[in-house]
Design a protein around this ligand. Structure first.
Ligand SMILES: [Mg+2]
Length: 352
């Protein structure tokens, strides 16, 4: 297997996700009939430009960047101090995101000036942030699988988790993603779907073929309690990939994507169905009745990691908002990950 641990695939994963998010955002709350009425029979097929002349990214990409920031800061803290609890560091990164969304009355200011993402003005745009993420982060308690913060299985846990699959080896990615998703999503399907996506991306980065990676992810899920919902959605997605069911009917059989297992199922379906055509996969992943920006983002994460940044139309990369920030974060993840790759680099997951 040829490893994809390089900037081609790290950049592809994060830029791909941002582009899927940006393509889906204008139609996030539209039914397919309405999308077709507005954009023609193929639906939305090109990135629209927002007020600042760029294609707007939403909470999916914003939170993905803050997930990456948390991972990077945790690694730094561990290297410098020898101690670190990763979920807590990522939790603080998410609270900085919360501040960008207008919740500026948070009083424990010690972490607020950490990191540089919070200083990026464009990240302070509000683009329909998810309620589970907002309310969980405002709660004051840190959610865990043992003490769930709520019973949410919204897709907010899975749509932000791709950096975990880039940074950590497959032996660790699933459990780490579960802990990070459980900060805000207490239903097992909410956090297991995040575990599954991170594991899938970790396998892709190792060089696994997409079908094999999807099948291995299903097997991995079986190790966990309450895996069935997520497992069944992935199983159905893979089965539909090999059928002659029309895309739109296949997607509607998988759901609308507002909840985690449906968002993952739809995204895996689109990625597998068009595994050599990034553009077609992303267009398919957003033109449906449901949560278009999240299914676009996750499909973009998967296929961008698999095919690499050179598979993404150049004009899309130029149009997407915060391209340079996304590239910098992807490169930082790669550098921090490679630093001690000859040693036990996965030990940068401390606290366990
Ligand atoms: Mg969104």
């Amino acid at each position: 297997m040829n490893s994809k641990r390089d900037s081609e695939h790290f950049r592809g994963c994060l830029l791909g996700g941002a582009i899927g998010d940006a393509l889906g955002w204008p139609v996030e709350f539209l039914k397919r009939d309405e999308i077709i009425r507005r954009f023609g029979k193929e639906g939305i097929v090109e990135l629209l430009l927002g007020k600042n002349g760029k294609s707007e990214i939403t909470d999916d990409t914003q939170m993905t960047l803050f997930t990456a920031e948390g991972i990077l800061r945790a690694k730094t803290r561990f290297v410098l101090k020898g101690i670190c609890h990763l979920p807590s560091v990522v939790y603080n990164a998410y609270r900085r995101w919360l501040i960008t969304q207008g919740y500026t009355n948070i009083k424990d200011y010690d972490f607020i000036n950490s990191g540089w993402l919070i200083k990026v003005k464009e990240l302070h745009e509000k683009r329909a942030p998810g309620m589970s993420c907002l309310s969980a982060l405002l709660n004051g308690k840190i959610g865990t699988t043992k003490e769930p913060i709520n019973n949410s299985k919204g897709c907010g846990g899975v749509m932000r988790i791709a950096p975990v699959g880039l940074f950590y080896a497959k032996e660790y990615a699933f459990d780490i993603a579960v802990d990070i998703a459980a900060l805000t999503h207490g239903h097992p399907t909410g956090y297991l779907s995040a575990g599954a996506l991170a594991y899938l991306i970790a396998l892709i980065i190792e060089g696994e073929e997409l079908e094999n990676a999807a099948n291995k992810t299903m097997n991995k899920l079986k190790e966990y309690d309450n895996y069935e919902e997520c497992f069944n959605s992935l199983s159905k997605a893979i089965e539909l990939t090999y059928s002659d069911v029309e895309d739109i009917d296949a997607i509607s059989q998988l759901g609308e994507g507002w909840v985690a297992e449906e968002a993952l199922g739809i995204s895996v379906y689109c990625a597998l169905r068009y595994k050599n055509d990034f553009k077609k996969a992303i267009i398919t992943s957003v033109n449906h009745d449901g949560d278009s920006d999240s299914t676009g983002a996750i499909t973009g994460n998967i296929l961008g990691a698999y095919l690499g940044v050179s598979s993404i139309p150049k004009e899309w990369i130029e149009k997407v908002e915060l391209k340079d920030v996304i590239v910098k974060i992807a490169d930082d993840l790669l550098i921090a990950n490679k630093e001690d790759i000859d040693e036990n680099w996965w030990e940068c997951y401390p606290g366990y």
